[in-house]
Design a protein around this ligand. Structure first.
Ligand SMILES: Cc1cc2nc3c(=O)[nH]c(=O)nc-3n(C[C@H](O)[C@H](O)[C@H](O)COP(=O)(O)O)c2cc1C
Length: 371
């Protein structure tokens, strides 16, 4: 079977598939389950210091289903998913033993702590240093949660401000020798700007995308927007299949802007084909969050088998051989027009040359017959 292992920022991943920060990596039990099922890495649910208030509501999820598929059972017809879930409601002190136990039990699995704090250097550095001491392999800085926290200048509020992304990234990089990825929000006009800022701040890579700010729908019986909490709602983060085209575009934009950028691609991965597409556009690892929530942790086997089959079919011996293969084929719309005109001209020229050739041949044949 094809070898799916790879090295990213000095970390050895058994395969490029990583649990994205969220419910699938929300405590020791789910992290252990992820590694036992074969995930190459886990980004744990985002954690803050103990005194950061986190108060979740219920319901906090909404699903968008394909109407034509409504007869299908369970989650098979879900194409878009919205959440208004906050970061972990367990503070860092609760997380430290989970980090330690996960590394003790699964030393080869890459464990990445996802961190979020308010705009204070000492708070970010404390989060980094204490998680570092607990043995995590790397850090993902959550500059991207689109709901709840931005109101207190956390999450996407920071991610939408490149100067803050650079400064906070620098604080965190200063506090550890381990790799730091900054997680980008898609709720910006140009994602290359915060990505550049993260690298300027010393980040080893970026993760993208977090969820897209959205309203999943309106209940036609109650006439209330969803998900509805005590009759009211608030825009939340959109994920799963429906966001993949936007995520692919943003990953490509960042890597075209900076070909050396290490990107962990995220957004709408439900099977191996989706994951391979991210890698073809240059992502070195691929994270999955909603897919795991709806299909279960064992879905990683589908990703592994499908990618191995793809590699065998194309004759790739390692994932490094195909990462970024499709990127050179992006160009401007003007260039597409020029290429089309050139191709038509070439085709017309060939046709003319073919006609001239067959006319010459018939002339020569006529001459031969006459002589
Ligand atoms: C219920 C839920 C909770 C999430 N919580 C977090 C979080 O705590 N930190 C974070 O960085 N991203 C969080 N995310 C975002 C995911 O990690 C991911 O970036 C996004 O959902 C897109 O990927 P997907 O389509 O595979 O879910 C959450 C997503 C969902 C659906």
């Amino acid at each position: 079977m094809a070898d799916l292992s790879l090295n990213v920022n000095g970390m050895k991943f058994a395969n490029p598939f990583v649990i994205g920060s969220g419910p699938p990596g929300t405590n020791y039990r789910t992290i252990a389950k992820s590694f036992a099922c074969g995930w190459g890495g886990v980004v744990a649910k985002t954690v803050a210091l103990d005194d950061t208030p986190v108060c979740n509501v219920a319901p906090r999820y909404g699903k968008w289903r394909m109407k034509a598929w409504e007869q299908r059972k369970g989650n098979a017809n879900v194409i878009g998913f919205q959440n208004i879930e906050l970061i972990s409601d367990r503070g860092l002190s609760d997380w430290i033993p989970d980090f330690q136990r996960s590394k003790d039990d699964y030393p080869d699995g890459v464990l990445i702590a996802s961190l979020m704090e308010s705009y204070h250097k000492d708070r970010w550095q404390e989060l980094v240093q204490r998680s570092d001491e607990a043995g995590v392999d790397a850090f993902e800085l959550n500059f991207s949660c689109p709901h709840g926290h931005p109101e207190t200048n956390m999450g996407a509020a920071m991610g939408q401000n490149p100067a803050m992304v650079e400064e906070v990234t620098r604080w965190c990089v200063e506090a550890t020798d381990k790799p730091v990825w900054s997680k980008m929000t898609p709720n910006v006009t140009d994602i290359t700007l915060p990505a550049r800022a993260a690298i300027a701040g010393g980040a080893h890579g970026v993760s993208a995308i977090n969820t897209i700010l959205a309203v999943i729908g309106v209940n036609l019986d109650t006439l209330r927007p969803m998900p509805t909490v005590q009759g009211y709602s608030t825009p939340g983060g959109y994920s799963y299949y429906a966001v993949k085209p936007i995520a692919l575009r943003m990953v490509a934009e960042m890597i075209l802007d900076n070909p050396e950028l290490t990107v962990s691609g995220i957004g709408g991965v439900g099977d191996a084909d989706d994951a391979i597409e991210f890698m073809l556009l240059g992502a070195r690892t691929v994270q999955v969050c909603t897919g795991v929530m709806l299909q279960g942790h064992k879905m990683v086997q589908k990703l592994i088998d499908g990618t191995a089959e793809f590699m065998d079919r194309h004759g790739f011996n390692s994932v490094d051989e195909f990462i970024g293969t499709s990127l050179p084929y992006f160009t401007t719309h003007h260039d597409l027009v020029d290429r089309q005109i050139a191709a038509k001209a070439e085709k017309a020229g060939q046709k003319k040359r073919d006609m001239e050739w067959s006319e010459n041949i018939s002339q020569e044949t006529d001459n031969l017959t006459t002589n």
